[in-house]
Design a protein around this ligand. Structure first.
Ligand code: NAX
Length: 328
């Protein structure tokens, strides 16, 4: 058997974790050959609940699950972690502005960044799911000076998968035939799902769909507002689909993307596509050998340019705000 991999999940008593942990234990994230050691990190008030989740994980009798450790201390919780999935965050409550949300989450991701810096494995890969995900990842990255910045990423794969689902429904083609979808920018309502390089059954998506008004007026807003639509329908925010997207994100980062295809990940910009260096923004990426690379040289039309710039401006403002608050 292969060497076990230590995976830390924060917010382990929450809704997303309840979907995520069982799939990690089953091998869906790191493959059917890799044993996992789970570290579950929670706040003290939720440790009891997380003990219940651990009992259920034991009851799954997963052959790949080597151990489960529970902690409410980030330094212990990230000890030896090669994969860190940061799901726990302070939720937005009624009357809270986005700036209040940034302020409430700053201390969590400052501490967790420092703890990852001090105690995670040298090869740690970090995925931030908790919102505002891109900026929380930026804070964690800024507080982990010894970890290469490129290891800090945020989840936009759910938005990517939602976009594929909408294209499949509209075209009648199976989702598996839809490739080269791109989501740019922030995981927020300003995100830009871009089909200008997407293929459906190997043909350009905009030619297959042939309805620019649908793309502008229905497709883009539907993907941007999908989280809100799920809350309205379900009475709770997306959980199993977010967990599934987190599995996809880490799976592809570690095990690689399919030849000829790419995925969307929010990663620290290297300045590509006019996105200021260091902002954690969603890009099209390919993955191989445990590393991702931003897909180079895509042509960006005027329509796309304006939408990417809008979302990136929001990210830059969030970065300003957390720097002013002293979190980065
Ligand atoms: P829940 O409220 O069900 O669970 C969150 C858990 O995090 C709670 O058990 C809480 O005790 C724990 N927690 C809070 N602070 C913590 C800390 N400092 N250390 C460890 N644990 C801590 O929320 P859930 O539905 O699981 O959503 C979690 C986060 O994902 C939210 O911020 C949510 O907004 C975000 N989402 C992100 C998505 C994305 O695509 N990036 C989509 C889904 C979701 O909206």
């Amino acid at each position: 058997a292969r060497t076990p991999v230590t995976v830390t999940v924060t917010g382990a008593a929450g809704q997303i974790a309840y979907g995520l942990l069982f799939r990690i234990a089953s091998g869906a994230m790191l493959g059917p050959q890799t044993p996992v050691r789970l570290r579950l990190l929670e706040i003290p008030a939720a440790v009891g609940a997380v003990e219940g989740v651990a009992m259920e994980l034991e009851d799954g009798a997963f052959p790949l699950l080597e151990s489960i450790d529970i902690s409410d201390d980030p330094w212990a919780g990230f000890d030896g972690a090669s994969i860190a999935v940061l799901v726990g965050a302070r939720p937005r409550t009624a009357g809270m502005e986005r700036s209040d949300l940034l302020a409430a989450n700053g201390p969590i991701f400052t501490d967790q960044g420092a703890a990852i810096n001090a105690s995670a494995a040298d090869d740690v890969k970090v995925l931030v799911v908790g919102n505002p995900a891109n900026t929380n990842a930026f804070i964690a990255m800024s507080n982990a000076p010894d970890v290469p910045a490129a290891r800090f990423t945020a989840l936009t794969r759910l938005d990517h998968n939602r976009a594929i689902a909408q294209l499949a429904a509209r075209s009648g083609a199976p989702g598996s035939s839809i490739t080269r979808m791109t989501v740019w920018g922030n995981h927020s309502a300003t995100q830009y799902p871009d089909i200008s390089h997407t293929l459906i059954g190997g043909q350009p998506a905009d030619r297959v769909i042939d309805d620019p008004a649908w793309v502008r007026e229905t497709f883009i807003p539907t993907v941007q507002q999908r989280g809100t639509a799920i809350i309205a329908a379900r009475g709770a925010s997306s959980a199993a689909s977010a967990a599934s997207a987190a599995i996809d994100h880490v799976h592809d980062w570690v095990l690689g993307t399919a030849a000829g295809d790419w995925v969307s990940m929010a990663v620290p910009s290297d300045g590509s596509y006019g996105v200021p260096e260091g902002l954690i923004s969603s890009f099209p990426v390919t993955c191989a050998g445990g590393e991702y690379s931003i897909v180079p040289d895509l042509e960006i039309g005027e329509f796309s340019r304006a939408r990417i710039d809008l979302s990136v401006a929001e990210l830059a403002a969030e970065r300003e705000a957390v720097i002013d608050l002293g979190f980065a």
